[in-house]
Unconditional design. Structure first.
Length: 612
């Protein structure tokens, strides 16, 4: 998950870029780098890399009196800071990047920024150039030497090639070059012959412009902006921003149509993106979940009145209630939350729901119509596949709703309505509190629809809302099992495979538990419906394969889950059970039993998910 930060202003760019990169570390990366525009006494050579330049390039360099200084390498941002401490590059314009390898392994040469063939231009880029192979072959045929394995380097050469035939302003060259690129990009470009100019562009990869006092910060994430300013403007797909030191900025389409874009106030504080007293961000975000639940319900869940208020969907409620079906589209953790939502909405409100992987949905020919309601779920609101699926649904006339966490994100702007999670910024790589907020939001939506459709009586609805209102305190009790979880981790630290099992509402939670273990520990894990264990996975179970079983007594299939546990034990498997407080059925059978407060079945995912 790459990150971009770029700066143009009056301050020294290097420290601002390094600070921005540090704010982006949570996204995960394998290399990092930065490029700073330096003023020279006369003609100068780019610090990295060297290469032959044309006479025209040399002429432009001589006349500009600027060069681009680059420091980049595989490893952590702290390695960049150490390298930059011995680098004397000073300048007030620069670009920086954290890379997650796609084209080419993580090493120094493949780290961003990438320099053009003539050394005058530097690019950082998120996304993938899909026509990489054909572009690379064409540029090599023209004599361009590739110094890396990346697709990003091609963009730098491509811009240079456009300017080579007939010199043109950088803005126009970027526009023409990007017209030849197929795929996704969020990028920032600087050029030594236009040393007061910063250009950004996006298609399928987010960019946000921070507007400060005589300075601008361009970034892929608000966390890299908030330290300098809270005044921001969001770029939409197919747009570019041209930032000039003295003339300000202009947002345009890639077809050169000028746009007027409202400046917004960033709803994020510096304190929210700091670890505080916690050892790491993921632990902080796990422990924040009770407050997240409270914030998600605040002003919406009114148990004494038996009412759920969701301002973002109220005006669309008649169409939602008349819908033929709800189509939930998401990726990863959000897909798992959507699957919980399917169980909830169909069980409580009796409305048909389909849950789709966005990456598959967008590439097939789904049958969509005006009587369908499309729901896009995304923590960031910028997930490229989900955004593309949303755009397809809009073309087909669906009512499009969003369940997102980030205010001002692309999905929140492109949907007809929706629901914000109010989970606060999620810095940890693995989603924790956002998953909890997504599941709670879908629970409230299911209850609202059930009440509106008469599937729950007013008294039944009121009772369920009161049950929801107790969740923050119940989750606090779950989080008190932390010491038991640490003991389990020590016991199973050498395990190389895990199996997670659940039924009904708990099955998606099993999928999410397996995903978390893979993401965080790099241990192979799979989630299954418990009844499907016998259709293949059971062959793998032995003493060295721990099996996590979500088995609350409120589960309508509780007795069947007990049978599934017996099947595991018969193969000498090690069982970790998650069940209710007061349930002693599993104490003598399982190696570990994590107990959570007893709740109605529809609320189990919100507690079991915290146990995992």
């Amino acid at each position: 998950m790459c990150g971009i930060v770029a700066y143009l202003g009056n301050a020294q760019a290097k420290e601002i870029l390094l600070s921005g990169l540090a704010r982006l570390e949570y996204r995960g990366y394998d290399s990092a780098g930065l490029a700073v525009m330096q003023e020279t006494a006369g003609a100068g050579a780019v610090v990295e890399p060297s290469g032959e330049q044309s006479n025209e390039a040399k002429r432009r360099r001589t006349s500009s009196g600027h060069r681009i200084s680059v420091v980049k390498r595989a490893g952590k941002v702290s390695d960049q800071s150490a390298a930059c401490s011995t680098d004397n590059s000073a300048g007030t314009l620069g670009i920086a990047h954290t890379r997650w390898a796609t084209h080419g392994p993580p090493n120094d040469k493949n780290a961003h920024p990438h320099i053009s063939h003539d050394g005058l231009l530097a690019v950082v880029h998120n996304g993938i150039v899909e026509n990489f192979t054909s572009l690379r072959a064409e540029l090599q045929r023209k004599g361009y030497v590739m110094r890396s394995d990346t697709d990003t380097e091609l963009i730098a050469h491509l811009i240079t090639d456009v300017r080579k035939a007939k010199w043109m302003p950088l803005e126009e060259a970027v526009r023409q070059a990007l017209s030849q690129v197929t795929g996704a990009f969020g990028l920032a470009v600087i050029a030594a012959d236009e040393p007061d100019l910063l250009i950004g562009a996006r298609r399928g990869s987010p960019l946000i412009l921070g507007i400060g006092a005589d300075e601008y910060i361009l970034a892929s994430d608000a966390s890299a902006v908030v330290e300098r300013t809270k005044q921001v403007s969001y770029l939409n797909d197919g747009e570019m921003v041209v930032i000039h030191r003295t003339e300000g900025y202009q947002i345009k389409t890639l077809e050169n149509v000028k746009l007027i874009r409202e400046v917004q106030l960033l709803e994020l504080s510096l304190q929210e993106i700091q670890k505080g007293s916690y050892k790491h961000f993921m632990l902080k975000e796990i422990m924040e979940q009770p407050e997240v639940l409270q914030n998600c319900m605040r002003g919406r869940l009114l148990p004494d009145e038996g009412v759920i208020k969701m301002a973002g969907i109220e005006q669309h409620l008649p169409r939602i209630l008349a819908a033929r079906r709800l189509i939930v589209v998401a990726c990863g953790t959000s897909w798992h939350a959507g699957l919980v939502g399917e169980y909830l909405i169909e069980t409580l409100a009796r409305v048909p729901v389909e849950v789709e992987y966005a990456s598959e949905f967008r590439y097939r020919r789904p049958i969509l119509g005006k009587d369908d309601v499309f729901i896009a779920i995304s923590q960031s609101g910028e997930t490229a596949d989900t955004l593309a699926a949303l755009q397809l649904a809009k073309q087909k006339g669906c009512l499009c709703l969003g369940v997102v966490n980030t205010v001002g994100s692309s999905i929140s702007r492109e949907t007809d309505g929706g629901i914000y999670l109010h989970a606060g910024p999620e810095i940890g790589v693995a989603s924790t509190k956002a998953f909890t907020a997504q599941v709670l939001t879908l629970t409230m939506l299911a209850l609202k629809l059930a009440g509106e459709r008469g599937e729950l009586s007013p008294d039944e609805l009121k009772a369920k809302l009161h049950a929801c209102s107790r969740l923050p305190n119940l989750v606090r009790r779950v989080l008190e099992t932390q010491s038991q979880v640490v003991q389990m981790a020590r016991t199973y630290r050498y395990a190389s495979n895990f199996l997670y099992l659940g039924r009904g509402f708990s099955f998606p939670v099993a999928l999410e538990g397996a995903l978390k273990l893979k993401e965080i520990s790099y241990i192979h894990a799979e989630g299954y419906p418990a009844a499907e264990m016998k259709h293949g996975p059971i062959a793998l179970i032995d003493a060295f394969m721990p099996v996590v079983v979500i088995a609350p007594r409120s589960d309508t299939n509780y007795m069947k889950l007990l049978s599934n546990i017996e099947e595991v034990l018969a193969r000498n498997g090690s069982v970790i059970a998650i069940t209710d407080e007061g349930n002693c059925d599993l104490d003598d059978k399982c190696d570990f039993v994590i107990k959570m407060p007893e709740v109605e079945e529809f609320l189990v995912p919100l507690l079991a998910g915290d146990c995992l």
